[in-house]
Structure formats: C-alpha cells, structure tokens
Ligand binder design. Structure first.
Ligand SMILES: N=CN[C@@H](CCC(=O)O)C(=O)O
Ligand SMILES: [Zn+2]
Length: 428
C-alpha cells in the first residue's frame, strides 16, 4: 500500500469490515471496470488533516507517527466508502411544488404543466421573491440532509432566474457562500437556459443571444460557475439553440453539461458527443446512435432514476445498454422542487439497482469516482488513495449490498469531510 510518512496521522479508522477504496485510474470507469471497487477486508485508513496518508489492512505501519490528539474510530462491522458525490442538483431554489405531484397523478404531464406556465416557472417566481438569506437557509438545510446521507461533494445549478440575471446571480452567489460556510464542497453550474423565459416565448433566439453575449461571458469572467448546462428538450431549447449556448460557454472556458433527451428523443445525446460535454444527463429517450457517439467521445451518462420515478414514467434510462457500449455512468438525485424532491442519494442507489438493473459495485462506482469525473474532480476525490482528500462515509451496514437493499432509511453513522468528523444520528 502507498504511504506518506511526512505528516502525522490525525484521524485513523481501523478494523473496517469492508473498506471500499475505488482505487485505480483517475478517469471514468467503464464496462467491467465499473465493478472493480478495490475492496479491502479488515481495512485501515489514516488521514493527516484533510489528506489521506495511508490505506491498507490490519494495523498501521510502525513508521507512521500518530498525533497526540488523533481521533481513532473503530469501524468493526461497518462499511466505509469514499464520500458520496451528488453530481446533478438544483439545490438553490425558493418554494416548493407539492401541488404538481397531484396534478401529475390526475394525468397532466411535466411538460404540459411547464407549457401552461407552471413547473419551472413557478419556482422562478418563488426564487425571485426569496431573499439571499432565505435561499441560503433553505439550501443549507438540504445540504445538511445530504451530508447526513454520506454526501461530501454536490454540484448545484442556477436556472430559476432565466432572463432575470440578478436572480441567476443570486443563486450562484448563494452557492459560493454555501461553499464557504458548509462542510460540503459545492460545484457551481450556470443553467440560465433552463426554460424559455415567458417574455421571450416568441423570440427565443433573442434570449439565446443575451445568454451568449452577456450572461455567459459575465459568469465566466467572475468565476461564478465551473460548468454551463442547458435543458435541451421539446418545447424548451432546441438542439441548435443548445449548440449555440454550449459552444459559447466552451469558448469562455466553462466545462459543459446538458439535460439531454429526458422526455423526448430530441438529439441532445448526439450534441453532447459533438461538443465534448463532460456529462449528458437524464438520457431516458436517448437514441442508440446518440449513445454510441457518447461512448466514442467519452461523455459520462448521469442517470437520475428518482426523477423518472417521480414523473411517473414507465421507461427508465437504459443503463445496461450504456454500460455495454462503454459509457461510464454517474448516478445522482437531481434534487429539485419539481421532478425529484429528494436529497437522498442512498435511495437513488436503490433505484439504480431496481429500475436501472445495475449491480451494487457499478452503483458504488457511479456515486464515487465516476461522479467525481462528472465534476472534473477525479484527481482530488472519488477514491480513497494516498494524497486524495479525506472525504469518507462510514455506513452501519455489513456490506454494500445491504446499503442498497434496506431502502428508504439512512445508514450513515459518520461522515468525514476534509478530515473533519461529523457524527450522524442513526437508529441502531
Ligand atoms: N428537467 C429539467 N430540470 C430539472 C427539473 C427542474 C424543475 O422541475 O424545477 C430536472 O433535471 O429534472
Ligand atoms: Zn436537472
């Protein structure tokens, strides 16, 4: 096992029944690699402040110095994984849309609700009305929940201001502030192209122009986002409009994501391959041709099965076909007030098994190293290896199969973020 003896251990987790390291190359894992989780039985892991300095089994080598006030955790009977990564969320928003669930139960579709001025537009109004502090407090509560589920890094999008740039910026500033005050690391994404603003419904190209010439350059220049995203969907942004927006973002140095073929097979998957998006997300309606192109161009598929569930759709993304084609998969909550109001990534993992037919090892890969790659953070997080961040979750479960099987509850006992210990109240 690799070892760094230059610093004293400040945290040791020992007697770990199942230590899931995810060790291996710092790149997206595909095909059979998605089932290589680097399991160590009777594992031990040591960190010096926020960095991992040792990963192995049995005892710590004698030559590692232990700090006097080192924290030692006994993880007998437990399972330890890299801190989970939620790589697609709409974390910062005002209000809620519980009424929409019941409209959908009465037969209205998500896109019907959106085209009649509800859905995302409803949240745009609530987010405009909410103060910076109100948005901050609400998102902080969600982040606390996410941390409690074992999540240590979260992507967060704007997208509830649209043409109201001040609201878009307010969301991005809230994300920046949360990054400062909350243990979870946040990765900001600009999603001004989340719906056609009501004012531009007859003139979408004008809004695309504003996005390209004003909003994206400003967001990039002020370093307010790492990624740019577009909702490419029937009745929202077309493939051509999405191409224009994402190409401009690329020119301004932003990495790309796309909400692609979520409901209708429009061609967002093909566009993701053409532009070299880091990830294409949703993909329920993706064409076989589009998927082949994604595989050829190393685009990660971020799948969001709780969204499909909550939209009450019969058809889920074809994860097995994607894995067969060599597309790396990340799994995420898509936490948002309309189509996936849950912060529970453990629940998403269960959906990964039951609805996407992924095996437990593929599922763990999808919420650790592949999710890290979907955020371009694979050099820092996603696996437990010397030199990487001390971000880990200790689950009170005998194996990862159990974590996925006993569903809808929280199995986290302790979360380690940047080497800091956060105890989570579990019922045992
Ligand atoms: N589909 C577009 N955006 C979100 C939903 C946002 C909302 O409904 O507020 C999604 O990824 O599911
Ligand atoms: Zn989304």
């Amino acid at each position: 096992m690799a070892i760094d003896m230059s610093e004293k251990a400040t945290l040791i987790i020992k007697n770990i029944s199942n230590l899931i390291t995810m060790r291996g190359p710092n790149r997206p894992r595909k095909k059979e690699e998605m089932s290589e989780i680097g399991l160590i039985k009777n594992g031990i892991i040591a960190a010096s402040k926020d960095k991992i300095i040792y990963v192995g089994s049995g005892d710590l080598p004698k030559d590692i110095e232990i700090a006097q006030d080192a924290k030692i955790i006994n993880a007998q009977g437990k399972t330890v994984t890299p801190g989970l990564i939620d790589s697609h969320t709409h974390l910062v928003h005002g209000g809620s849309r519980e009424y929409e669930l019941f409209k959908k139960l009465e037969g209205e579709s998500y896109l019907d609700i959106l085209s009649s001025g509800g859905g995302i537009y409803d949240t745009v109004e609530s987010t405009k009305k909410a103060s910076f502090d109100e948005l901050l407090k609400k998102a902080e509560k969600s982040l606390n929940r996410m941390l409690s589920y074992g999540v240590t890094t979260v992507e967060a999008k704007s997208g509830y201001g649209l043409d109201d740039f001040d609201t878009e910026l307010k969301q991005l500033e809230v994300i920046k502030e949360l990054n400062r005050i909350h243990p979870i690391d946040l990765v900001p994404t600009f999603l001004g192209a989340h719906a056609i603003p009501k004012k531009y419904q007859g003139n979408v190209d004008k809004f695309v122009d504003i996005l390209i010439t004003e909003m994206i350059p400003y967001v990039a220049e002020k370093n307010l986002a790492k990624f740019c995203d577009v909702f490419c969907e029937k009745g929202v942004f077309s493939v051509d409009q999405s191409r224009k927006i994402l190409s401009a973002a690329k020119e301004h140095g932003l990495f790309l994501k796309i909400h692609a073929d979520e409901i209708e097979p429009l061609g967002g998957t093909e566009l993701a391959a053409e532009l070299g998006c880091v990830s294409a997300d949703h993909l329920v309606g993706a064409s076989d041709e589009g998927l082949k192109k994604m595989a050829e161009n190393n685009v990660i598929a971020t799948l969001l099965p709780t969204t499909t569930f909550f939209l009450q759709s019969e058809k889920y993304a074809n994860a097995r076909k994607m894995i067969e084609l060599g597309i790396p998969i990340a799994l995420s909550t898509d936490y948002n007030p309309g189509s996936s109001p849950t912060e529970n990534l453990q629940l998403v993992m269960t959906f990964g098994a039951i609805k996407l037919h992924m095996n437990p090892k593929e599922i763990i890969t999808s919420v650790t190293i592949n999710a890290a790659c979907a955020l371009k953070l694979e050099d820092k997080i996603g696996s437990l290896e010397v030199g990487k961040k001390a971000d880990m979750a200790i689950f009170d479960v005998p194996n990862i199969e159990y974590l996925i099987y006993h569903f809808g509850v929280n199995h986290t006992q302790t979360v380690i973020k940047n080497g800091e210990v956060h105890d989570i109240a579990v019922v045992s």
